[in-house]
Write a protein that binds this ligand. Structure first.
Ligand code: GDP
Length: 477
């Protein structure tokens, strides 16, 4: 819904873009049979459009004391009643978009809301673009970009932990963290800018040691934030979990055992599960996005080899790989190749079919990898070892962290990439300080780092930098 802004837009001294003066309208609730459905108007004409379409049961026109109160009445077109509604007017600037807003609570389902929407469009309102109400909230300065993104995350959250994390971001938790980092960077920048603008012997005039110390401390904070961000991302987006193993080791059976139903096709013929299937599996607030793949093995069959290519690509992108081997048989060359390929990714080795008895190979594998550690004996058929598997998954992602640290962190790829870039620029600046590069080079690195942090919350740089410089330094002295 909300389209994040690219960095190229973030150089203005105001939040980028301007809000047009259109009055926009949209159906803000899901269109399915339901008690109520809400049509929302925002913009300068919101009140006047609603005045024309809404007839209060009391017969009275809107008065300022009606603000934020639900009024009962009807939406009418001419003399025709379109729906019986409750209507609320909210005056700018203390509204969602910081503009005048009217919300009409119609009957739910598709028809009432669409009739009311169509009426407002005929009257001259413009259909809102996806995310436009939230975009206006950002452009009008009520929330920053990270908060705007959080709105979307709340709506899309699929677990309690994901929702909690997004609510934290909406209430400004992430923004505060970034703001603290920006302030530290500005202090560093201020020294450099001051030396460039007002000192004679530039580099020598910098308090290099304290600056290095500050830069190191800030780098450390960024690293910690990035480490937490990974958990945060997994909480929000779900853990992309790929089940790999050669055909017939029990991948589909495992998927079904985890999901406790029979959605994936289980078959005895090697290589017939050709397409990857994705299912969601909830575990203590975490969501595992389980992907069952076609068996990975050398093959001549074209259709199957497409599936195999995809398995390998999926493996590269996985947050977690569940490597399955058939424990009742000896470990084959293909098994070893798959184990090797998975070793570079976070993984668990599952020695399946323990109910049939374990081969000596399988026993060795369990001993080498440690039963209960990265390798576990399970039976997808009887359910043996499944509890251990759940425990191992929980340890892997939530141990020593009940998710709070991750929930508090920035969590989408845009934000993480920007913070990584900021960290790299700061690290380069620190290197420059240590080796004594030119002031200009230092300035560029610090500015870059600042720009990237500012882009996380969607604001600008120039005015901020200048204000800070003249606030921290007494130039006349
Ligand atoms: P895939 O090709 O890796 O997806 O393997 P399937 O899930 O289709 O399983 C292949 C065969 O092994 C089927 O006949 C399953 O019933 C059987 N199987 C899977 N897991 C187990 C297990 O833990 N124990 C036993 N005895 N059989 C299993």
């Amino acid at each position: 819904m909300f389209k994040p802004f690219g960095r190229e837009n973030s150089g203005d001294s105001r939040p980028m873009g301007t809000v047009d003066k259109d009055t926009i309208v949209a159906i803000s609730t899901a269109q399915a049979p339901a008690g109520i459905g809400i049509v929302r108007l925002s913009g300068p004409e919101a009140f006047s459009l609603a005045d024309r379409a809404f007839r209060a049961y009391s017969g009275k026109a809107f008065s300022p004391s009606d603000q934020r109160k639900l009024r009962y009445g009807h939406i009418i077109e001419g003399e025709k009643v379109l729906d019986e509604v409750l209507c609320v007017y909210m005056k700018a600037p203390h509204t969602y978009t910081a503009e005048d807003i009217v919300e009409v609570n119609c009957h739910g389902g598709r028809v009432s809301v669409q009739k009311v929407l169509a009426l407002f469009l005929r009257m001259g309102a413009r259909m809102a673009e996806p995310g436009e109400f939230t975009r206006r909230a950002f452009l009008n300065g009520r929330i920053d970009l990270a908060q705007a993104e959080a709105v979307e995350d709340i709506i899309r959250a699929q677990t309690g932990l994901a929702q909690e994390s997004a609510v934290h971001q909406l209430t400004g938790g992430v923004s505060k963290k970034i703001k603290g980092m920006k302030e530290d960077l500005l202090r560093l920048l201020a020294h450099v800018e001051y030396a460039i603008n007002f000192m004679e012997d530039a580099m020598e005039d910098l308090p290099r040691e304290p600056m290095e110390e500050e830069a190191r401390a800030l780098l450390d904070r960024m690293d910690r934030a990035l480490a937490g961000a990974e958990t945060g991302r997994l909480i929000r987006e779900g853990i992309k979990t790929v089940i790999v193993g050669r055909p017939n080791v029990g991948k589909s059976s495992l998927l079904n055992a985890l999901l406790e139903d029979d959605r994936a096709i289980v078959t005895d013929i090697p290589g017939t599960t050709r397409d990857a299937i994705e299912e969601s599996y909830q575990l203590e607030g975490l969501r595992l996005r389980l992907i069952d793949t076609a068996g990975i093995r050398e093959t001549d069959d074209l259709v199957e080899s497409l599936g195999v290519d995809r398995s390998m690509a999926l493996l590269e992108e996985a947050d977690l790989v569940l490597v399955l081997v058939d424990g009742s048989q000896s470990i084959r060359k293909e098994d070893r190749a798959i184990l090797e390929k998975s070793a570079a990714r976070p993984h668990l080795i599952l020695v399946n079919k323990v109910d049939l008895g374990l081969s000596s190979d399988a026993q060795t594998l369990l001993q080498e990898e440690g039963d209960g550690g990265p390798a576990l004996a399970i039976s997808a058929k009887t359910g043996q070892g499944m509890e251990d598997l759940e425990k191992a998954l929980s340890v892997l992602f939530l141990e020593g962290d009940d998710g709070r640290e991750g929930a508090d962190s920035l969590s989408n790829i845009r934000q993480i990439n920007l913070l990584e870039k900021a960290r790299d620029s700061l690290s380069s600046a620190l290197g420059g300080l240590e080796t004594g590069v030119s002031l200009d080079a230092l300035d560029v690195d610090l500015q870059d780092a600042y720009q990237d942090l500012a882009a996380i919350t969607g604001e600008s740089i120039e005015e901020d930098v200048l204000n800070k410089i003249f606030q921290d330094f007494c130039v006349g002295k």
